[in-house]
Design a protein around this ligand. Structure first.
Ligand SMILES: Nc1ncnc2c1ncn2[C@@H]1O[C@H](COP(=O)(O)OP(=O)(O)OP(=O)(O)O)[C@@H](O)[C@H]1O
Length: 208
């Protein structure tokens, strides 16, 4: 998905979180959105997802050369973030069947295959609320990485992952990024080392 931001700014009450962001994001690019805690990384991702409206400026989206209205962006978006909750009252298989009705998996990836990819075979019939925090994070990432979605937003993707979980994330984000537009908010180099572009949110806070 092609995304073009022009003079983009977001303000909460009197505080500008970022302002004057003009930049293009092309299909196939991976951009690390960087900045200290509270800088506005999540706010920026939420704005790009269409969940938050910009206070000023313009965001335009295009898919295969055709303009896409902001209200149609969620259909083409996969998003994993600590603040996006899973349906905890479902078992893993129930959740995967429910979720994939709205957000289909990539061609060639079945629910069973995704369970194997996430190393959650033994948890098929377990309730999500009984999962460890690392299992939940692998599930969130698996759903996002293997969704059929040209726009991928990842907020702090290795939250709660141990060393093998981080290696798993690195392998699968690489395996699924081709052709997608990826924005990844992070403070952890191991999460974003593979990104070819960086966006420092503090560069857009001079008028705060
Ligand atoms: N809905 C909201 N209303 C008011 N202020 C908000 C809202 N959401 C975020 N903020 C403020 O916007 C600023 C940026 O927050 P944001 O969560 O985007 O930062 P971040 O860079 O993602 O931080 P972290 O690295 O800690 O996750 C913070 O000062 C936060 O308090």
């Amino acid at each position: 998905m092609q995304i073009d931001a022009t003079g983009l700014g977001k303000r909460f009450q009197r505080d500008w979180i970022f302002r004057g962001l003009t930049r293009s994001f092309r299909p196939g690019s991976a951009t690390a959105v960087l900045g200290p805690n509270g800088a506005g990384k999540s706010t920026l991702l939420n704005t790009f997802s269409g969940q938050l409206l910009p206070t000023e400026g313009k965001l335009t989206y295009a898919l295969a050369g055709h303009a896409l209205a902001v209200e149609d962006v969620p259909r083409h978006l996969a998003y994993a973030a600590p603040y996006l909750e899973l349906l905890e009252e479902l078992t893993l298989l129930e959740l995967l069947r429910f979720h994939t009705q709205f957000k289909p998996l990539r061609t060639g990836v079945s629910i069973e295959r995704l369970v194997d990819i996430m190393y959650l075979e033994k948890a098929r019939q377990r309730l999500i609320r009984e999962f460890s925090s690392g299992m939940k994070q692998r599930l969130k990432l698996g759903l996002a990485l293997y969704a059929e979605a040209p726009l991928l937003l990842l907020d702090e993707p290795t939250t709660n992952l141990d060393a093998s979980g981080v290696a798993w994330y690195q392998e699968h984000v690489q395996a699924t990024r081709t052709g997608r537009t990826l924005l990844l908010s992070s403070n952890v180099p191991a999460e974003y080392a593979f990104c070819d572009e960086q966006l420092l949110v503090t560069d857009f806070q001079t008028t705060r």
